[in-house]
Design a protein. Structure first.
Length: 119
């Protein structure tokens, strides 16, 4: 089962993009799904997480109030609505899933989708 992210592209600062992530092949059980990003020369960072049990969401401070994570556990899909984009949001964005437990690391990763925000 492979996760596939899409929706990246080039956007001017202040604009919006919506990233999507879906599983190819059979569906799987997951406890959470999330979005990460890695900018050139920087380490990968967590952007947003959704925990299916209870629907709790978590965001990096840098994106709070601008990004919204949502999804459908039964369909293994997760979305990231990105508003008020800034040049510092430029990065490769990855989706991931926790398939073993909420308390362990993400273990299923998708390929990245590039988001470029111009000033």
């Amino acid at each position: 089962v492979q996760l596939q992210a899409s929706g990246g592209g080039l956007m001017q600062a202040g604009g919006s993009l919506r990233l999507s992530c879906a599983a190819s092949g059979r569906t799987f059980t997951s406890y959470a799904m999330g979005w990460f990003r890695q900018a050139p020369g920087k380490e990968r960072e967590s952007v947003a997480t959704i925990r299916w049990s209870g629907g709790s969401t978590y965001y990096a401070d840098s994106v709070k109030g601008r990004f919204t994570i949502s999804g459908d556990n039964a369909k293994n899909t997760v979305y990231l609505q990105m508003n008020s984009l800034k040049p510092e949001d430029t990065a490769v964005y990855y989706c991931a899933a926790k398939t073993r437990s909420w308390y362990v690391q993400y273990d299923n990763w998708g390929q990245g989708t590039l988001v470029t925000v111009s000033s």
